[in-house]
Write a protein that binds this ligand. Sequence first.
Ligand code: NDP
Length: 250
Amino acid sequence: MSRWKLEGRVALVTGASGGLGAHFAKVLAEAGAEVIVGARRQEALADVAGSIVAAGGKCSAIALDVSDMASISAATPALERVDILVNNAGIVRDGPALSHGEADWDAVIDTNLKGMFLMSQAAARAMEARQKGGSIINIASILGLRQAGGVVSYAVSKSGAIQMTKTLALEWARLGIRVNALAPGYLETELNADFWASEAGKAMIRRIPQRRLGNLQELDGPLLLLASDLSSYMTGSVIEVDGGHLVSTL
Ligand code: NDP
Protein backbone atom coordinates (compact mmCIF):
# COMPACT_ATOMS: atom_id res chain seq x y z
CA MET A 1 0.00 0.00 0.00
CA SER A 2 1.34 3.45 -0.88
CA ARG A 3 2.27 5.43 2.19
CA TRP A 4 0.03 8.32 1.19
CA LYS A 5 -3.00 6.05 1.14
CA LEU A 6 -5.42 6.53 4.01
CA GLU A 7 -7.34 3.25 4.14
CA GLY A 8 -8.42 2.44 7.68
CA ARG A 9 -8.16 6.09 8.76
CA VAL A 10 -11.03 8.32 9.81
CA ALA A 11 -10.79 11.99 8.85
CA LEU A 12 -13.01 14.80 10.10
CA VAL A 13 -13.11 17.97 8.00
CA THR A 14 -14.71 21.07 9.54
CA GLY A 15 -16.41 23.66 7.35
CA ALA A 16 -16.90 21.03 4.66
CA SER A 17 -20.26 22.23 3.30
CA GLY A 18 -18.48 24.08 0.49
CA GLY A 19 -15.23 25.63 -0.74
CA LEU A 20 -11.91 24.17 0.36
CA GLY A 21 -13.47 21.92 3.01
CA ALA A 22 -15.70 20.07 0.54
CA HIS A 23 -12.69 19.63 -1.74
CA PHE A 24 -10.47 18.36 1.10
CA ALA A 25 -13.17 15.83 2.07
CA LYS A 26 -13.30 14.51 -1.49
CA VAL A 27 -9.51 14.23 -1.75
CA LEU A 28 -9.19 12.41 1.59
CA ALA A 29 -11.99 10.01 0.59
CA GLU A 30 -10.29 9.34 -2.74
CA ALA A 31 -7.14 8.46 -0.80
CA GLY A 32 -9.16 5.84 1.08
CA ALA A 33 -10.09 7.59 4.32
CA GLU A 34 -13.52 7.33 5.87
CA VAL A 35 -14.51 10.98 5.97
CA ILE A 36 -16.82 12.80 8.36
CA VAL A 37 -17.87 16.23 7.12
CA GLY A 38 -19.02 18.87 9.59
CA ALA A 39 -20.57 22.33 9.19
CA ARG A 40 -23.71 24.28 10.05
CA ARG A 41 -25.62 24.13 6.73
CA GLN A 42 -26.99 20.59 6.70
CA GLU A 43 -28.41 20.57 3.21
CA ALA A 44 -25.15 21.63 1.58
CA LEU A 45 -23.30 19.18 3.79
CA ALA A 46 -25.58 16.31 2.75
CA ASP A 47 -24.87 17.15 -0.91
CA VAL A 48 -21.11 16.96 -0.28
CA ALA A 49 -21.40 13.65 1.57
CA GLY A 50 -23.76 12.29 -1.07
CA SER A 51 -21.41 13.09 -3.95
CA ILE A 52 -18.48 11.44 -2.14
CA VAL A 53 -20.52 8.29 -1.49
CA ALA A 54 -21.80 8.30 -5.08
CA ALA A 55 -18.17 8.33 -6.24
CA GLY A 56 -17.45 5.24 -4.15
CA GLY A 57 -16.05 6.92 -1.03
CA LYS A 58 -17.02 6.55 2.61
CA CYS A 59 -18.55 9.71 4.03
CA SER A 60 -21.05 10.82 6.66
CA ALA A 61 -22.19 14.26 7.79
CA ILE A 62 -22.55 15.79 11.24
CA ALA A 63 -24.00 19.12 12.34
CA LEU A 64 -21.13 21.16 13.72
CA ASP A 65 -20.63 24.76 14.79
CA VAL A 66 -16.98 25.00 15.80
CA SER A 67 -17.57 28.25 17.68
CA ASP A 68 -20.00 26.54 20.06
CA MET A 69 -18.72 24.17 22.74
CA ALA A 70 -22.13 22.47 23.06
CA SER A 71 -22.04 21.63 19.35
CA ILE A 72 -18.48 20.27 19.65
CA SER A 73 -19.53 18.15 22.65
CA ALA A 74 -22.42 16.75 20.62
CA ALA A 75 -19.86 15.67 18.02
CA THR A 76 -17.98 13.54 20.58
CA PRO A 77 -18.94 10.17 19.02
CA ALA A 78 -17.36 11.30 15.75
CA LEU A 79 -14.35 12.90 17.40
CA GLU A 80 -13.64 9.70 19.33
CA ARG A 81 -12.96 7.89 16.03
CA VAL A 82 -10.83 10.52 14.33
CA ASP A 83 -7.26 9.87 13.15
CA ILE A 84 -7.04 13.01 11.01
CA LEU A 85 -8.63 16.35 11.86
CA VAL A 86 -8.69 19.11 9.24
CA ASN A 87 -9.52 22.41 10.95
CA ASN A 88 -10.80 24.19 7.87
CA ALA A 89 -13.89 26.11 9.08
CA GLY A 90 -13.22 29.80 8.70
CA ILE A 91 -14.88 33.12 8.03
CA VAL A 92 -13.71 36.58 7.06
CA ARG A 93 -15.24 39.97 7.83
CA ASP A 94 -13.52 42.62 5.79
CA GLY A 95 -13.43 46.40 6.03
CA PRO A 96 -11.22 49.10 7.54
CA ALA A 97 -9.87 48.43 11.03
CA LEU A 98 -11.23 51.80 12.22
CA SER A 99 -14.79 50.63 11.65
CA HIS A 100 -14.38 46.92 12.42
CA GLY A 101 -17.18 46.10 14.84
CA GLU A 102 -16.97 44.06 18.02
CA ALA A 103 -19.48 41.50 16.69
CA ASP A 104 -17.37 40.97 13.56
CA TRP A 105 -14.20 40.63 15.62
CA ASP A 106 -15.86 38.09 17.92
CA ALA A 107 -17.34 36.06 15.06
CA VAL A 108 -14.00 35.75 13.27
CA ILE A 109 -11.95 34.97 16.36
CA ASP A 110 -14.56 32.56 17.76
CA THR A 111 -14.72 30.60 14.50
CA ASN A 112 -11.16 30.72 13.18
CA LEU A 113 -9.21 30.66 16.42
CA LYS A 114 -11.32 29.47 19.36
CA GLY A 115 -13.05 26.91 17.15
CA MET A 116 -9.72 25.60 15.91
CA PHE A 117 -8.47 25.22 19.47
CA LEU A 118 -11.59 23.57 20.88
CA MET A 119 -11.76 21.10 17.99
CA SER A 120 -8.06 20.30 18.30
CA GLN A 121 -8.36 19.81 22.04
CA ALA A 122 -11.40 17.54 21.72
CA ALA A 123 -9.72 15.46 19.00
CA ALA A 124 -6.42 15.27 20.89
CA ARG A 125 -8.13 14.10 24.09
CA ALA A 126 -9.73 11.27 22.13
CA MET A 127 -6.45 10.47 20.35
CA GLU A 128 -4.65 10.36 23.69
CA ALA A 129 -7.26 7.97 25.09
CA ARG A 130 -6.92 5.66 22.08
CA GLN A 131 -3.10 5.85 22.20
CA LYS A 132 -2.88 5.77 18.43
CA GLY A 133 -1.69 9.32 17.78
CA GLY A 134 -3.07 11.29 14.87
CA SER A 135 -2.64 14.19 12.50
CA ILE A 136 -4.18 17.61 12.93
CA ILE A 137 -4.06 19.93 9.93
CA ASN A 138 -4.88 23.58 10.53
CA ILE A 139 -5.90 25.67 7.54
CA ALA A 140 -4.18 29.01 8.02
CA SER A 141 -3.47 31.56 5.28
CA ILE A 142 -0.59 33.64 3.97
CA LEU A 143 -2.44 36.47 5.76
CA GLY A 144 -1.22 34.87 8.98
CA LEU A 145 2.35 35.45 7.86
CA ARG A 146 2.15 38.82 6.11
CA GLN A 147 -0.22 41.76 6.08
CA ALA A 148 -2.96 43.17 3.89
CA GLY A 149 -5.36 46.00 4.63
CA GLY A 150 -9.00 45.51 5.52
CA VAL A 151 -8.84 42.10 7.16
CA VAL A 152 -7.52 42.78 10.65
CA SER A 153 -9.44 40.13 12.60
CA TYR A 154 -8.91 37.52 9.89
CA ALA A 155 -5.16 38.15 9.69
CA VAL A 156 -4.86 38.04 13.49
CA SER A 157 -6.85 34.78 13.60
CA LYS A 158 -4.63 33.16 10.98
CA SER A 159 -1.45 34.35 12.64
CA GLY A 160 -2.83 32.84 15.86
CA ALA A 161 -3.59 29.61 13.99
CA ILE A 162 0.08 29.34 13.04
CA GLN A 163 1.30 29.92 16.59
CA MET A 164 -1.35 27.47 17.86
CA THR A 165 -0.07 24.87 15.40
CA LYS A 166 3.47 25.18 16.72
CA THR A 167 2.47 25.30 20.39
CA LEU A 168 0.22 22.25 20.17
CA ALA A 169 2.83 20.39 18.09
CA LEU A 170 5.28 20.89 20.93
CA GLU A 171 2.85 19.78 23.65
CA TRP A 172 1.38 16.82 21.84
CA ALA A 173 4.41 15.30 20.11
CA ARG A 174 4.82 12.94 23.08
CA LEU A 175 1.30 11.66 22.40
CA GLY A 176 2.14 10.84 18.79
CA ILE A 177 -0.13 13.64 17.61
CA ARG A 178 1.31 15.73 14.78
CA VAL A 179 0.01 19.27 14.28
CA ASN A 180 0.83 21.08 11.06
CA ALA A 181 -0.61 23.96 9.08
CA LEU A 182 -1.36 24.68 5.45
CA ALA A 183 -1.11 28.34 4.51
CA PRO A 184 -2.81 28.81 1.14
CA GLY A 185 -2.34 31.96 -0.87
CA TYR A 186 -4.98 33.42 -3.17
CA LEU A 187 -7.12 30.71 -4.73
CA GLU A 188 -9.77 30.91 -7.40
CA THR A 189 -13.10 29.41 -6.37
CA GLU A 190 -16.61 29.74 -7.77
CA LEU A 191 -17.43 32.31 -5.11
CA ASN A 192 -14.63 34.78 -5.83
CA ALA A 193 -14.19 34.33 -9.61
CA ASP A 194 -15.91 37.67 -10.32
CA PHE A 195 -13.51 39.58 -8.08
CA TRP A 196 -10.44 38.11 -9.75
CA ALA A 197 -11.81 39.13 -13.15
CA SER A 198 -12.13 42.77 -11.99
CA GLU A 199 -9.35 45.40 -12.38
CA ALA A 200 -8.64 45.29 -8.61
CA GLY A 201 -8.40 41.51 -8.75
CA LYS A 202 -6.07 41.55 -11.75
CA ALA A 203 -3.81 44.08 -10.00
CA MET A 204 -3.53 41.71 -7.02
CA ILE A 205 -2.65 38.80 -9.27
CA ARG A 206 0.21 40.83 -10.79
CA ARG A 207 1.85 40.92 -7.35
CA ILE A 208 2.04 37.09 -7.18
CA PRO A 209 5.42 35.91 -8.54
CA GLN A 210 3.77 33.12 -10.55
CA ARG A 211 1.34 35.77 -11.94
CA ARG A 212 -1.70 33.56 -11.40
CA LEU A 213 -4.08 32.31 -8.76
CA GLY A 214 -3.89 28.85 -7.31
CA ASN A 215 -6.61 26.29 -7.70
CA LEU A 216 -8.00 23.86 -5.16
CA GLN A 217 -6.24 20.86 -6.72
CA GLU A 218 -2.90 22.49 -5.98
CA LEU A 219 -3.54 21.93 -2.25
CA ASP A 220 -4.00 18.17 -2.73
CA GLY A 221 -0.33 17.20 -2.46
CA PRO A 222 0.35 19.17 0.75
CA LEU A 223 -2.94 17.94 2.26
CA LEU A 224 -2.17 14.27 1.59
CA LEU A 225 1.40 14.74 2.75
CA LEU A 226 0.27 16.11 6.13
CA ALA A 227 -2.60 13.62 6.51
CA SER A 228 -0.54 10.54 5.78
CA ASP A 229 2.50 8.77 7.20
CA LEU A 230 4.63 10.38 4.49
CA SER A 231 4.99 13.30 6.93
CA SER A 232 5.62 11.13 10.01
CA TYR A 233 8.61 13.28 11.08
CA MET A 234 6.83 16.60 10.46
CA THR A 235 5.13 18.46 13.25
CA GLY A 236 4.81 22.18 13.87
CA SER A 237 5.39 22.82 10.17
CA VAL A 238 3.64 25.41 8.06
CA ILE A 239 3.38 24.62 4.34
CA GLU A 240 2.86 27.70 2.20
CA VAL A 241 1.04 27.11 -1.10
CA ASP A 242 0.95 30.53 -2.69
CA GLY A 243 2.70 30.76 -6.06
CA GLY A 244 5.56 32.53 -4.29
CA HIS A 245 3.37 35.33 -2.92
CA LEU A 246 5.19 35.40 0.43
CA VAL A 247 8.51 35.93 -1.33
CA SER A 248 7.23 38.71 -3.57
CA THR A 249 9.64 41.62 -4.01
CA LEU A 250 9.52 44.57 -1.60
P1 NDP B 1 -16.01 29.23 2.35
O1 NDP B 1 -16.70 30.47 2.86
O2 NDP B 1 -16.28 28.80 0.95
O3 NDP B 1 -16.34 28.02 3.31
C1 NDP B 1 -16.20 28.16 4.69
C2 NDP B 1 -16.75 26.92 5.35
O4 NDP B 1 -16.65 27.09 6.76
C3 NDP B 1 -18.19 26.69 5.01
O5 NDP B 1 -18.36 25.33 4.68
C4 NDP B 1 -18.93 27.03 6.29
O6 NDP B 1 -20.02 26.17 6.41
C5 NDP B 1 -17.87 26.71 7.33
N1 NDP B 1 -18.06 27.41 8.59
C6 NDP B 1 -18.11 28.73 8.82
N2 NDP B 1 -18.34 28.96 10.12
C7 NDP B 1 -18.43 27.75 10.72
C8 NDP B 1 -18.67 27.32 12.05
N3 NDP B 1 -18.87 28.19 13.06
N4 NDP B 1 -18.69 26.00 12.30
C9 NDP B 1 -18.51 25.09 11.32
N5 NDP B 1 -18.29 25.44 10.04
C10 NDP B 1 -18.26 26.75 9.75
O7 NDP B 1 -14.46 29.47 2.61
P2 NDP B 1 -13.20 28.82 1.91
O8 NDP B 1 -13.49 27.45 1.46
O9 NDP B 1 -12.66 29.79 0.95
O10 NDP B 1 -12.19 28.77 3.15
C11 NDP B 1 -11.96 27.58 3.92
C12 NDP B 1 -10.75 27.81 4.80
O11 NDP B 1 -9.62 28.10 3.99
C13 NDP B 1 -10.92 28.99 5.75
O12 NDP B 1 -10.29 28.68 6.98
C14 NDP B 1 -10.16 30.10 5.03
O13 NDP B 1 -9.68 31.06 5.92
C15 NDP B 1 -9.02 29.30 4.41
N6 NDP B 1 -8.40 29.95 3.26
C16 NDP B 1 -9.10 30.19 2.11
C17 NDP B 1 -8.47 30.78 1.03
C18 NDP B 1 -9.22 31.08 -0.23
O14 NDP B 1 -8.63 31.69 -1.14
N7 NDP B 1 -10.45 30.67 -0.38
C19 NDP B 1 -7.05 31.16 1.09
C20 NDP B 1 -6.42 30.87 2.35
C21 NDP B 1 -7.08 30.27 3.37
P3 NDP B 1 -21.41 26.51 7.16
O15 NDP B 1 -21.75 27.91 6.81
O16 NDP B 1 -22.33 25.49 6.58
O17 NDP B 1 -21.16 26.29 8.61
